[in-house]
Structure formats: C-alpha cells, structure tokens
Design a binder for this molecule. Structure first.
Ligand code: N01
Length: 533
C-alpha cells in the first residue's frame, strides 16, 4: 500500500483558463479538487507562449472570464488586444483572488491516467506521485503541445535556438544579431515585426503564406473601459449564444454574393480599418462556405498585401493560395509592412527547400545562411497532442491513443465512450478553437460542474458517453465541416501539419450558440446519450 497516495475527489490536469475555473467551480460545492500542473506557475498556453509580440486575437474585454462580477469590475485591460504578460498577470490575479494556488501541484507532469474499473476510480501518475480520484478533468488546452522541430542537423547548430511555444523566461537579446525564423503562422506573424525592430537582420523561411488582418491594437480609452464595465452583463449574455462566442461583434446575416462590388469593397475596407480578424470575418456569412464569395474576400486581402509590400515579388510570395479563413486567420501589427524593411528577407522554401540546420545556421537547396539565433515558429500538435501525451487507459485496458488512431472520437468533445468519469474541456469535437476560447471554456466547465454535481446529488457514481451517440456526433461533425471551406486545406484543424496524423476535421463547426443549446438540452433531459449508474 502506497502511503503517499493522494485521494482527492477530482483531479484537474492543467492550470490555464480552463483548469483554474474548473477548480474554482468545484470548490463552490466543497469538493476536494486539485490541479496538477507541469509548469512552475499558472497560465497554461499563456505561461509558455512568451515570444515577442504574443497577444490575444480576440478583444481583451471578451477574452476574459465572465463568472465573477467582482473580477470584471476590478480588472481593467490596458489594450484592445492585451499582450501575453498582461494576460498571465490576470490569471495570476485570478489564482490569488480566489485562493486557488494552494490546491495546485506545480512542476508536476502527468504521465498516465488509468481507469480502475473495480473501484471506479482514476489513477493518475506523475514522475514522483500517485493519485486516485473519482473524476478526472483534462484541462490540457488545445494548442499546448508543441510540434517539436525535426529538421536534420538540429543538434549541430551552435547559436541560440528557440521555439515560440516554449519561449524562455529571460529576455532574448536580438540587438544586431542575425536571426532566422521558420514558419509564418500566427506566432510568427506576431513575432516577426517585433524581432525585426531589434535584429541586425531577420530571415523568414516561409512554406505557406497566411492571410492576416491588421489588429489595430491600441490602448483602451478610459471611457471604453467604463462602457464595457457597465455593459458587461449584456456583452456576456450576447456572447453565450453567438456563432463564435463574441458578444461585441455579431455576425452579419449578409451574403457577399448578394451585393455589388463597390458595397463589398466599402464594407471590407471599413472592417480592415477597424481591424481584428473576428471583425473582418463577421462581415458576410457565405465567405466560409461559397468558393466564389471566398475569392472576393481573399482577393481583397491580397490587394491590400500588394498595396503594403513595396517589392512586387515579395508581395506575390506573401499572397496565400488557399481560401481565406481555411487556416486560422491571423491578426497582426505591421506584419506585411515589416517586409519593406531593409533588414528583413523572405525565403520561399517551396522553391528552395531547407536541406538541414547547420553549425552556423541553415542550408537550403541553393544557399547557406549564418545565424546567431534560430527560431522555430512551427506550430502545435493541435487539439489531441496534449491529451495523447498522457498515457490514458479506460475500460477493458483500452488506450486512448488506440481509440484515436484514426482521429479523435468523443461525444460533444466533453466525454469519450469507454472512459467513464473523464471529461475533456474544449476537447476535439467541440467548437473550441473556432470560438472565443474563454467563452467555450466557461461553457464546458459549467456543464461539467453541473454534471458532477448532478451525479453526487442523485447518488450516482459513473457517467460515460454511449458509443452510438458518440458515433452519431462524430458523423454530425463531419457533415457540418465538410460543407465549409475550412475542410479543404492543410491546416492544423485537420491535423495536416503533423506528419502521420490522420486527417480528420477536429472542432465542431456548427456554431457556438447552437452547440451550447444542444449541451443544455442534453443536461436538462438527464444527460441524453450518456450511460449513468
Ligand atoms: O502555428 P501554425 P502557430 N518546415 O501551425 C510552418 C494560435 N495562436 O504557432 O503552413 C517549414 O499556424 C507552417 O507552414 P505550413 C492560433 O489559433 C494564436 O503560428 O504548414 N515550415 C506554418 O507557417 C494559431 O492558428 C495566437 O506550410 C514549417 C508555421 O510553421 C495557432 O495557435 C498567436 C514546418 C506554423 O504555423 C497556431 O499558430 C499564436 C516545417 N517542417 C498562435 N512545420 C493569438 O493571436 C511547420 N511549418 C492568440
């Protein structure tokens, strides 16, 4: 008998936005809940992604918790889109304000989670400890497991190298340095303009160009903060039932194909000037569905790239070939403008692929590059990576990695058949990354909380997704996604960025409001599609 065995009622894995709120809720009903966290502090994604320029791309007023009136009244965001350090400060404030820290085990990586059928408990193991709990909540994040760079010669590089998703705590000094960056997704789009200001020179290695909308970030005016604070209840209420969990900027019910060219240009210009990827996206409903409508919006952005970038061949290289919004749209501050700087060079690695990393830098098929610093902004094993990095075993010794070998399968993105009493916050199969993550997190946490509360109150011990309902849900996700243009390109939404990952559209694309109503209805009907005993 292990005398060190700890036995809380609920184990939550991860202390980002999801884990902290889950802990807060469970404390409301005095459950013995703890968080196990790999990092030395709270924050999840916002703890690790400290790269220069990191900030949210949903407005801070909305990219924040709604559960505490006190919290939203006392906290004032400095910027329209606040930066990583401020978001992390906010999460630390939340942990302190609600006295959560004492229930968090830091510096502890969960290696395995095993369902013990005979006792209906989960056994959670870290490098040094074992725990037993009735419920296990995976608050492990959707874009939290980095795709480790796997370039030939990686170990040979003698300079400094960094990964955007695992950025060091100390400041990296770019002054007068020769810097190379691989990747042009959101992390690179945010960091390139900031690094370029300091670096001696910056070379960007691009495989696929990305669409990006100016964020038009700026300090919030006192009056804006005041207005938000006095209207929070309405903003939050709106956000709960919108398509993307955003209360301020509702989607217009207008189709681009129904309007003349001059109106469309005016409307897109207006949205481009306001800035923000969510504002640009909300203009017309058919852009994400109809190829012709999409082409109009895509051409508009490409024309902006041509206007901004002075060198026409660089502008051409920066112009995406996919449909717009197919990959997640980026929001930037001076991204395209940065390519007008004399110290920035863009290398197309489709025409001249990277051969290897070298001692001095990097070698492509036609050139050798010397760098002091090399940055990998090469993305994440999205949605499933963090979950599958834990050895999860359910009923009948079934491994999650085997069940998910052909792509993730779950009911509502919350629960997985054969894995009783295990919940996934914003798991694959839920709207998650297609929405304002904080609203999606709050909805899941509240649903899971009500479910656990219901089980205790009704003296039930176990809840598990019914396989038939899970299968139907998976078919439904596929049906909905296959009617959108997001389905068509090689994005992390379909796992295409990870070699060998099965191509499956992972998030639920039917809209957040509809999804929430469905989840509410299921709970109200005593958990339709779940086996409870
Ligand atoms: O990762 P990405 P990210 N050789 O996968 C390239 C969220 N986020 O960290 O497109 C050469 O988008 C890859 O090329 P390609 C947001 O949801 C939010 O930037 O696969 N290149 C691509 O250019 C976002 O969507 C914020 O052809 C390689 C890049 O690396 C998500 O996180 C900020 C390569 C990876 O781009 C991921 O963004 C940042 C290789 N072997 C991130 N492998 C906010 O604003 C990959 N690439 C809140």
């Amino acid at each position: 008998m292990d005398t060190n065995l700890k036995k809380p009622d609920v184990i939550i894995i991860g202390s980002g936005f999801a884990g902290l709120y889950m802990l807060y809720k469970l404390k409301e009903i005095n459950l013995d809940a703890i968080i196990i966290e790999k990092a030395s502090g709270v924050g999840g994604t916002w703890f690790w992604n400290r790269y220069p320029g990191a900030r949210c791309d949903i407005e801070s007023i909305e990219y924040s918790y709604s559960f505490s009136e006190d919290l939203q009244q006392e906290w004032s965001w400095s910027n329209r889109y606040s930066d990583q350090s401020e978001i992390l400060e906010y999460l630390n404030h939340v942990a302190d304000k609600f006295n959560l820290r004492k229930h968090i085990v830091f510096n502890s990586t969960v290696l395995s989670a095993t369902y013990k059928e005979s006792i209906n408990e989960w056994e959670i193991k870290t490098e040094s400890d074992s725990y037993i709990s009735k419920f296990c909540v995976m608050a492990t994040g959707t874009l939290s497991s980095i795709k480790e760079p796997s370039f030939e010669g990686l170990e040979d590089f003698e300079g400094e190298s960094y990964i955007t998703g695992k950025w060091p705590h100390n400041e990296v000094d770019f002054k007068n340095k020769k810097v190379g960056i691989i990747g042009t997704g959101s992390s690179a789009v945010q960091s390139i303009p900031v690094i370029a200001e300091d670096a001696g020179n910056l070379t960007v290695f691009q495989r696929s160009p990305n669409y990006s909308i100016p964020a038009n970030n700026r300090p919030l005016l006192d009056q804006e903060i005041k207005n938000a604070k006095s209207n929070y209840s309405q903003i939050r209420k709106n956000a709960k039932y919108t398509k993307a969990g955003i209360g301020y900027n509702q989607f217009e019910e207008k189709k681009i194909l129904d309007f003349p060219k001059n109106y469309i240009n005016e409307e897109l210009d207006k949205r481009w000037d306001i800035g923000g990827q969510e504002i640009f996206t909300a203009g017309f409903t058919d852009v994400g569905i109809e190829p012709k409508a999409n082409k109009i919006a895509a051409d508009f952005v490409k024309s902006k790239i041509k206007e901004i970038v002075k060198d026409s061949s660089t502008a051409e290289l920066l112009s995406p070939k996919d449909s717009i919004g197919c990959k997640r749209l980026c929001a930037d501050t001076n991204y395209f403008e940065t390519y007008n700087r004399k110290n920035v060079e863009l290398i197309d690695i489709n025409s001249t692929p990277i051969k290897s990393i070298t001692e001095k830098g990097l070698s492509t098929t036609n050139r050798e590059f010397d760098f002091d610093i090399l940055i990998f902004a090469t993305g994440f094993d999205a949605m499933t990576g963090a979950l599958l990095s834990i050895d999860i075993t359910g009923k009948n010794n079934k491994k999650l990695k085997d069940k998910w070998k052909d792509g993730p399968r779950s009911y509502l993105g919350i629960s997985i058949s054969d894995f009783p009493n295990l919940f996934t916050v914003t798991g694959p199969g839920s709207p998650s990354v297609l929405t304002n993550m904080i609203v999606a997190i709050e909805q899941h946490v509240e649903w899971i909380f009500e479910c656990i509360n219901f089980l205790y109150k009704s003296h039930k011990n176990k809840i598990e997704a019914n396989i038939q309902f899970e299968n139907n849900w998976m078919d439904h996700i596929e049906d909905i996604a296959s009617n959108t243009l997001r389905y068509t390109c090689n994005s992390w939404y379909v796992g295409a960025n990870v070699p060998g990952k099965k191509r499956v559209f992972m998030p639920y694309a039917g809209g957040f409001g509809i999804y929430r109503e469905k989840c509410d209805e299921i709970a109200e009907n005593s958990y339709t599609g779940f086996i409870i005993n």
